[in-house]
Design a protein around this ligand. Structure first.
Ligand code: HAM
Length: 420
């Protein structure tokens, strides 16, 4: 075909998959709102510096994956590769922090990373992210873990485990980096080209490398924990155990962005790539705006989530209509306009043919619209003031008085209570 295709790594989302995105958004938003999270919307592009300052210049996201461009005035801008830095900027710029109170924010946003595209990895993808800002301590950490597990359960996912790690404070992190550096001393030539660079700039990032990761028995993060770290971990574990929270520690989990401090987590749902990831980042606000505002949060990759829900048949969405009015007589349109109005406040998907059709078109119409109820208003029916309603699921027909058509339809859908 003679027109430009969509750019590599982007997606056209349509039909039942687009409906799945909407359904998921509705379910997760409900949980977030129930937990007093407020939605935020931030720009698709920001000053490039916002991300380079906060995500870490040695991370893959900054080093190789950012979409950077100059606008017509030569400003250096970047398409957002993630949302946490943008939320921090939004909070700081709009003075949203009220001393002594946590701030709970969430966003739905498309993100951009110049990665090698494959299933579950795109150059433009969607995230749901939530950030508990101006909060510190174990209760805040537990609250966010519980929120994520409530979200997974509300989506119908019951079998999941959180992989946790504890990166500790700046000293602990530094200690571990040095342990890694020492460990790789003399082994530099065995590292891939990227990790040779990482070894000097930020050795933690070697743990992200799928090649080098499996080749070395490098030291465990546990070795760098001090007493405070251990106290934290013991206390958190006690709460998690008390509430049977599904977790395990993975001491290799360091996450791909540099801003993390303290608790980090991922959920992989048994899939190759993590669906959800996040953690605490107590220094990010300091780095961006010179303010001491501790925070933690997470983001769910919507593509990976939808793939998982579809594969496991947890979310099966069909693209159908609830009621299709089949018009084979032009005077019927007047009735339909009134009925549509009467049904407008009920969450029913309703449609009708725009041109009068002969009844032989019916099989094709049914195949195309997949209606649950088909209402036929033909001449024969109009003469006796009745309509024919076909229950396409049960394949049964009913002759119904025109004047009770709405009652009949409402009654039908009450019996077949269905979540929209
Ligand atoms: P992240 O781990 O980089 O964290 O991304 C979160 C999720 O986004 C991943 O677990 C994955 O599901 C999805 N994701 C990432 N890259 C891609 C891609 N190229 N294609 C499809 N899905 C992808 C963050 O972005 C942090 N901002 C999370 C966070 C919030 N931490 C604290 N607060």
């Amino acid at each position: 075909m003679n027109f430009p295709n969509k750019p590599r790594g982007t997606q056209d989302i349509f039909s039942s998959r687009a409906l799945a995105y909407q359904r998921i958004q509705k379910i997760i938003t409900k949980i977030l709102r129930n937990n007093n999270y407020q939605p935020v919307i931030f720009p698709t592009f920001e000053a490039e510096e916002l991300f380079t300052k906060s995500l870490g210049s040695a991370t893959d996201v900054i080093h190789k994956e950012m979409y950077i461009f100059q606008d017509r005035k030569g400003r250096e801008l970047a398409l957002r590769p993630e949302g946490t830095a943008s939320v921090a900027r939004l909070v700081l710029q709009n003075n949203l922090i009220k001393e002594g109170y946590p701030l709970k924010l969430f966003y739905w946003a498309n993100m951009f990373r110049y990665e090698r595209p494959q299933k579950g990895r795109y150059r433009e993808f969607w995230q749901l992210g939530a950030e508990l800002v101006n909060s510190e301590g174990i209760i805040a950490d537990y609250q966010v873990l519980k929120l994520m597990s409530d979200i997974l359960i509300s989506l119908g996912i019951s079998d999941f485990t959180f992989n946790l790690n504890y990166l500790g404070n700046a000293q602990t992190k530094e200690k571990y980096k040095n342990q890694l550096k020492d460990f790789f001393k003399g082994k530099e030539t065995e590292l891939c080209d990227d990790c040779k660079r990482r070894h000097s700039t930020n050795p933690l990032r070697i743990l992200d490398c799928l090649n080098c990761q499996k080749n070395f028995p490098y030291p465990s993060y546990e070795n760098s924990w001090d007493k405070d770290d251990l106290d934290y971990i013991n206390e958190l574990n006690q709460i998690l155990n008390k509430f049977n929270f599904p977790y395990q520690y993975n001491h290799r989990l360091v996450r791909g962005l540099d801003y993390y401090t303290g608790l980090v987590f991922e959920v992989d749902l048994g899939t190759e790539k993590a669906v959800l990831g996040g953690g605490r980042y107590d220094n990010l606000y300091q780095e961006i705006g010179d303010k001491n505002i501790p925070a933690l949060g997470f983001a769910i990759g919507i593509e990976r989530l939808v793939d998982f829900l579809e594969e496991k048949k947890i979310l099966e969405i069909k693209n159908y209509v609830d009621v299709f009015f089949f018009v084979c007589n032009s005077s019927a349109y007047l009735d339909i306009f009134l009925w549509k109005e009467a049904l407008a406040n009920y969450q029913l998907i309703i449609d009708y043919n725009l041109e009068v059709r002969k009844s032989k078109a019916l099989p094709k119409i049914i195949e195309h619209y997949q209606p649950q109820l088909l209402v036929i208003i033909g001449e024969k029916e109009t003469e006796v003031n009745k309509i024919l309603i076909r229950d396409c699921l049960k394949k049964t027909d009913f002759f119904v008085e025109k004047k009770i058509a709405i009652e009949w339809i409402l009654d039908y859908f009450k019996i077949n209570d269905r979540v929209n």
